[in-house]
Design a protein around this ligand. Structure first.
Ligand SMILES: Nc1ncnc2c1ncn2[C@@H]1O[C@H](COP(=O)(O)OP(=O)(O)OP(=O)(O)O)[C@@H](O)[C@H]1O
Ligand SMILES: [Mg+2]
Length: 159
């Protein structure tokens, strides 16, 4: 049975810790597709992933505005993309998005639901939903057996 369900957060700090728990178990080639409305916590969660990957906490991880992708060296390279401002699928191709997918790095994409076909079929999808002021739920949808392992691990890290 593929794991299904969600993990919950009640503060930005908790979201950072959730991201950190995931970042700690990510391996080269893993893809995490984040979705959810504006300001729901996708970047905050990505900052946690960066911590879990051992990226220097002094390095600010922010959504890239003028480039498609941010790159952060750590235990593995974190590549962080945001599809929010990508007007067309062809812009992704033109920007060499496919080069972001290799077995040495981890790819995290915000607004992934805008261009799902640009992503590998095997990926961990996380849809963040706002419950109330500070409360969020992170719904996990594992695509492929590797993503199932990651989802299971995240669910187990927060009982
Ligand atoms: N439980 C929570 N988890 C994450 N962020 C929270 C939480 N509660 C409140 N916040 C606040 O919500 C905001 C989340 O901002 P963030 O930039 O991570 O969102 P985003 O989903 O990346 O937005 P965008 O769609 O603009 O990229 C921050 O201001 C943060 O302080
Ligand atoms: Mg963001």
């Amino acid at each position: 049975m593929p794991p299904a369900g969600y993990v919950a957060s009640t503060s930005p700090d908790e979201t950072l810790r959730l991201g950190e728990a995931l970042g700690a178990v990510l391996a080269g080639g893993d893809v995490v597709a984040l979705s959810g409305e504006l300001g729901v916590g996708k970047t905050c969660f990505t900052q946690g992933i960066a911590r879990g990957l051992g990226i220097d906490p002094r390095v600010p991880v922010t959504s890239p505005t003028f480039t498609l992708m941010g790159e952060y060296p750590g235990r593995l390279v974190l590549r962080h993309a945001d599809f929010y401002r990508v007007e067309r699928y062809s812009r992704l191709e033109a920007a060499g998005f496919e080069d972001a997918l290799d077995e040495h790095g981890v790819l995290v994409v915000e607004w992934a639901e805008r261009y799902p076909d640009a992503l590998p079929a095997a990926r961990l999808e996380i849809e963040i939903k706002l419950e109330s002021d500070q409360a969020r739920r992170f719904y996990l949808n594992a695509r492929g057996s590797r993503a199932e392992d990651l989802a299971r691990s995240l669910l187990e890290s927060c009982p």
